[in-house]
Design a protein around this ligand. Structure first.
Ligand code: NCD
Length: 457
């Protein structure tokens, strides 16, 4: 079966480790003498293989490091889609573009402003599709570079205290990274710009699917002064900060606990900085004036002594140039690692050096009929003018504290109030029974009213 990487969850932890082991090997074998984080030379593994990069949004690092990776493996590259000079300008659908490109290439890497675009593209072709960023949704290969950088700098991801800074609402790199960090048991500490907090569904998934407990900062950082402006710490289950697992009370109620907590909570291992995603702001949305800036001044103090500062780049004003010569600033190394990491990913998905561990998630049932629920996210690929007519909505059923339909493409969750059984034409809200029905016989509805309108009483 072909392998697509549209979200970070398309890869299992074992597969991610395999990619990192291979990237380490490429660096050991091809790293430049003076600058061992940079790859030099060329291998022959991908001779005869062609990658095409379809970039419908600006890119420097992602596109060029993918292309460098393919070239260093010995393969060839067909340049980018320019939305102005290609047929996209004539209104060609994504579906048609990728079906045509499949005739010319063995692998597609793509970036698109609509969320879920890579997943949709992957359904049209039999060659692997790698997501280089889909709107504000995800950027899984950036997450591979981020986690690889942390593994090289800190050895293990478990128990790391990771401060996420900036536009956490619109930053696709953040959304993939949060799940990656959670799966490797790091603690996650959001420090958003005001009005740019993590989307609710990301916070909810962190809790319900990854079992990260949101402690108020006072519980974890009891009695400490000079804290950055944070509210909550998402603590990984079983991590050193996981007070509940140790039978401790969460707040600073017992002296011993408070002391132990202080010792553990003194440091931030990682500060992941992101720029304001100006291109994703709603028309008229206010920018605010208090966007956090991370520079040498912010990082003074002992809790930042061993911090590693990462940034997916490009930076605007949120990251001080004074960190460029500070050993804690590792963002240029992080950008350099884009090459060995993407070489490893390409080698894996093209089957040149195949994965040896099991595949990621088991297939889940997919629900969706043209006349049922539609994804409400206006930036979902199923809402794109050129895709809408032929791309049917699809959902996974998620039973959390509520009954949810998650869009297979952009992963937006919609609460569902009723489902209709097409064999009996009856509506029901007994969601415990839903998984027993054949997905093809089920219509999902956001409200009882929608169900009635569709003829399900
Ligand atoms: C990021 C992106 O495009 O999402 N850049 C990158 O791929 N390295 C981050 C950004 O644009 O802010």
């Amino acid at each position: 079966m072909k392998r697509d990487v549209c979200t970070i969850n398309d890869l299992s932890n074992e597969e991610i480790e395999e990619i990192f082991d291979l990237a380490d090997r490429f660096l050991a074998e091809m790293g430049k003498a003076e600058r061992p984080h940079q790859i030099g030379g060329r291998r022959g593994d991908a001779i005869g293989q062609v990658m095409t990069s379809l970039f419908y949004e600006p890119s420097t690092r992602t596109r060029f490091s993918f292309e460098a990776a393919m070239v260093r493996l010995g393969g060839s590259v067909l340049g980018t889609v320019d939305p102005v000079t290609s047929s996209a300008a004539k209104g060609e659908s994504l579906a048609d573009t990728v079906r045509v490109m499949e005739n010319y290439a063995d692998l597609i890497v793509m970036r698109h402003p609509y969320e879920g675009a890579a997943r949709a593209a992957s359904e049209y072709v039999d060659i692997p599709v790698l997501n280089g960023g889909d709107g504000g949704h995800e950027h899984p290969t950036q997450t591979l570079c981020d986690l690889f950088t942390l593994r090289r700098e800190h050895k293990s991801l478990k128990d790391l205290n990771v401060l996420l800074v900036g536009d956490l609402r619109n930053g696709r790199t953040v959304h993939s990274l949060v799940y990656g960090l959670a799966r490797f048991k790091a603690n996650i500490i959001p420090m958003p710009a005001k009005g740019f907090e993590l989307p609710d569904h990301v916070g909810r998934r962190l809790q319900e699917e990854y079992h990260h407990h949101p402690y108020p900062k006072e519980a974890v950082f009891a009695g400490e002064e000079d804290l950055p402006p944070i509210d909550v710490v998402y603590v990984a289950p079983g991590s050193e900060l996981d007070l509940s697992a140790q039978g401790q009370v969460p707040a600073g109620a017992d002296e011993d606990g408070a002391e132990r907590r202080q010792k553990r909570a003194l440091k931030f291992d990682v500060c992941y900085v992101t720029r304001l995603q100006g291109e994703r702001l709603a028309p008229g949305q206010k920018l605010g004036t208090d966007y956090p800036v991370i520079d040498a001044k912010f990082l003074r103090g002992r809790r930042y002594r061993d911090t590693r500062v990462l940034h997916p780049l490009p930076r605007v004003n949120e990251l001080g140039y004074d960190l460029d010569s500070d050993p804690r600033g590792v963002y240029f190394k992080q950008a350099a690692y884009g090459v060995p990491v993407r070489m490893a990913l390409i080698a894996k998905v093209l089957g040149l050096m195949p994965f040896t561990s099991r595949e990621a998630a088991p297939q889940r049932k997919v629900y969706g009929h043209a006349e049922g629920l539609r994804c409400p996210n206006p930036r979902c690929i199923t809402q794109h003018p050129s895709e809408k007519a032929h791309l049917a909505p699809k959902f996974w059923f998620i039973r959390s504290t509520r009954a949810l339909a998650r869009c297979v493409y952009c992963e937006t969750d919609t609460e569902i109030a009723r489902y209709g059984d097409m064999t009996t034409r009856k509506a029901s809200s007994d969601f415990d029974r839903l998984p027993a029905l054949a997905a093809g016989d089920v219509l999902l509805f956001a409200s009882a009213e929608d169900a009635r309108k569709a003829g399900y009483g």
